[in-house]
Design a protein around this ligand. Structure first.
Ligand code: NAD
Length: 260
């Protein structure tokens, strides 16, 4: 299927690794020109080289913290225009809400709610003016089924989800702009491995045993891959998905047990 997005420009945030990288790779394969960001320049440049080797759209890499005003300004300045925005950043740490003060909450809100809102504010009106725009927010399955130790994530991402539900249905909807969120369940990325390593150290169980237990609890009996996450993202960004907006799409191998 031709996704019809060759030559479009995408800003893919937090994309040197994991799910962001999977989205960038899928878009580059479709001939989309991408600007990718991450904090560490070295890994980011290595990822950019990998993406260029795919032989699709142009790839530009901008090192910086996307949760800061400077990081966002640099990322936005690197794109001649933004047709596709993939919002992503690292997830907040696990813990007990009794230990979190205002600073921890503000950090989580900055990364997982206010940064994507700032980037939408900077881009959606111009998208609407050109009659085409796609925003994909990488959130979490925790928006649909909260995870007790990830209270910062549950709270901040739910705030973003509520805001987006309104914005997606505003006057930009009739002008070719869609906004959707992709909710990952368990994907085999560094983030998941670091979290699982923490559990392995705490419980004294080997990491591979915990990883296979985790996979075994999912109906698909495996973890997701960044490539399949990216493929869904690219479809949502395609010309074929223009009637899909304001949705929260769970990608979790069937882990969420509800009918809806
Ligand atoms: P990852 O650790 O594999 O990759 C994260 C990427 O984000 C890296 O490229 C990192 O350099 C970049 N990054 C982090 N903070 C940044 C910042 N402030 N500015 C710029 N770049 C930054 O993580 P992942 O598994 O790909 O997760 C992506 C998002 O999805 C996270 O918010 C995570 O909490 C969420 N998520 C992941 C899973 C999963 O199973 N992997 C499940 C649910 C939610």
């Amino acid at each position: 299927m031709d996704l019809g997005i060759t030559g479009k420009w995408a800003l893919v945030c937090a994309a040197s690794k994991g799910l962001g990288k999977g989205c960038a790779a899928a878009l580059v394969r479709e001939g989309v020109n991408v600007v990718i960001t991450a904090r560490g320049a070295e890994t980011l440049q290595a990822t950019a080289a990998e993406l260029r080797a795919l032989g699709g759209g142009e790839v530009h890499a901008i090192a910086g913290d996307i949760t800061t005003a400077e990081g966002r300004a640099a990322a936005l300045a690197a794109c001649p225009q933004i047709d596709i925005l993939v919002n992503n950043a690292g997830g907040p740490p696990p813990g007990d809400f009794r230990d979190w003060g205002r600073e921890a909450w503000i950090k989580a809100l900055d990364a997982n709610m206010l940064t994507p809102i700032e980037l939408m504010k900077a881009t959606v009106d111009a998208m609407a003016g050109r009659g085409y725009g796609r925003v994909v927010n990488i959130t979490s399955g925790a928006v649909k089924a909260p995870i007790d130790i990830l209270g910062l994530s549950n709270g901040a991402r739910s705030g973003l989800t509520g805001f987006v539900a309104g914005l997606a249905r505003s006057n930009i909807a009739a002008r070719g702009v869609t906004i959707n969120s992709l909710l990952p369940g368990a994907f085999d990325t560094d983030r998941l491995r670091v979290t699982m390593q923490g559990a392995a150290t705490k419980t004294g169980q080997p990491l591979d045993v915990l990883m296979s237990k985790r996979a075994g609890a999912i109906p698909a009996q495996r973890l997701g891959t960044s490539a399949e996450f990216g493929a869904v993202c690219a479809f949502i960004c395609s010309v074929h998905a223009g009637y899909l907006t304001g949705q929260n799409i769970l990608l979790d191998g069937g882990a969420y047990p509800g009918t809806f």
